[in-house]
Design a protein around this ligand. Structure first.
Ligand code: F6P
Length: 360
């Protein structure tokens, strides 16, 4: 089965469901089919910055029970860009060479990185600089990695958000309220749109489609006139105020994070429609838990395909899911674009066809 290889695998960026399914598939394929060695790298690139590197040798028994486990057992981080790594004294330092040196010291022949667009861009830059044979696998609940129709974690997040809407529906109907669910997704509205349709929302707001409060209130009042005294609404975290201001939370360190649009809308809607409103911010619940069957399937398929790319010597590529097939594209192609909701796409048309208010 070709020459013996030692490969490394790491998970980078925010965790999500399905990462362990990928790791398991990589180990099964690399060891079971090719008889290679697999080293798991802990806490993303930080495991390769540590001296000695923080790695764990993976065998089939160490990953056997991982298919249904959420998160990533290798650990991850979405902070600490190695090219501008924050040091304890407050300075920033380029630590990319330490990662490259440790990759070569470990005798690795290739590296698989599971990450979103930001992580894949950083990992590719390190790989180019250090002559590392790199293969990428897309993951993110936001589903904003370009070219692939799906990334690991998205389906589970949509399932969780849909279940939340299913539950909120009862309280909305029982109390004649407007129930607002704020979901994650960064600058893309994929989670909100998919969960909104699947969960029977009456109003869906996404960053890609501008809205007016008057349109939302009209929808609520039109429903009331028909005797439907409640409204279920889902809003993506990056939706702005009506006048276009981003809504962010700032912590005591001055770091800004998306969040709070649900409360803004609640205040505005109760003022303009008189309806009683409540807000639920779903937050990191969307990233956790048992991966859905689709994420397990996709994770398994991506893991096997990534190992096969290494066997073929096809580096600097990312595995993708397109038209029910696994394929691969140059990573550069994937990271030079960003996948947002197409305002003229099928799901937006479906939502409009169902009479769902998209705010415009
Ligand atoms: O990119 C995934 C994501 O969950 C976004 O949807 C969200 O805006 C962000 O990460 C939250 O990041 P953190 O875990 O750092 O709060």
């Amino acid at each position: 089965m070709g020459e013996h290889k030692r490969i490394g695998i790491l998970t980078s960026g925010g965790d999500c469901a399905g990462l362990n399914a990928v790791i398991r598939a990589v180990v099964y394929r690399a060891i079971g089919t090719y008889d290679w060695e697999v080293l798991g790298i802990c806490r993303a690139t930080q495991g390769l910055m540590s001296n000695p590197p923080d790695v764990v040798r993976l065998d089939i028994s160490s990953v056997d029970s991982l298919l249904t486990v959420g998160g990533t057992f290798l650990g991850t981080t979405n902070k600490g860009d190695p090219f501008a790594f924050p040091m304890p004294d407050g300075s920033v330092c380029d630590r990319s060479q330490e990662i490259i040196d440790h990759y070569h010291q470990l005798g690795l022949d290739a590296l698989i990185g599971i990450g979103g667009d930001g992580s894949l861009a950083i990992l590719r830059k390190i790989a180019q600089q250090g002559n590392i044979n790199f293969v990428g696998i897309p993951k993110t609940i936001d589903n904003d990695v370009a070219i692939t129709e799906r990334s690991i974690g998205f389906d589970t997040a949509v399932n969780i958000a849909t279940e939340a809407l299913d539950r909120l529906h009862f309280t909305a109907a029982s109390h004649s309220r407007v129930m607002i669910l704020e979901v994650m997704g960064r600058d893309a509205g994929h989670i909100a749109l998919s969960a909104g349709i699947a969960g029977g929302a009456h109003v869906i707001l996404i960053p890609e489609i501008p809205y007016t409060l008057a349109n939302i209130c009209d929808k609520i009042m039109e429903r009331q006139k028909r005797g439907q005294n409640f409204t279920l609404m889902v809003v993506a975290e990056a939706v702005r105020t009506e006048s276009g201001e981003p809504v962010m939370n700032t912590n005591r360190l001055g770091q800004c994070r998306l969040g709070g649009i649900g409360q803004y809308l609640s205040d505005q809607i109760s003022t303009c429609s008189g309806a009683e409103t409540r807000v639920t911010v779903l937050g990191h619940v969307q990233r956790g838990g048992i991966p859905s069957p689709l994420d397990r399937l996709l994770g398994s398929a991506f893991g096997v395909a990534a190992v096969d790319l290494i066997a073929e010597g096809k580096f600097d590529h990312m595995v993708t899911w397109q038209n029910r097939q696994i394929t691969s594209v140059p990573i550069l192609e994937a990271i030079s674009q960003y996948s947002t909701v197409d305002p003229n796409g099928t799901l937006v048309k479906t939502a409009r066809g169902l009479g769902i208010c998209l705010g415009s």
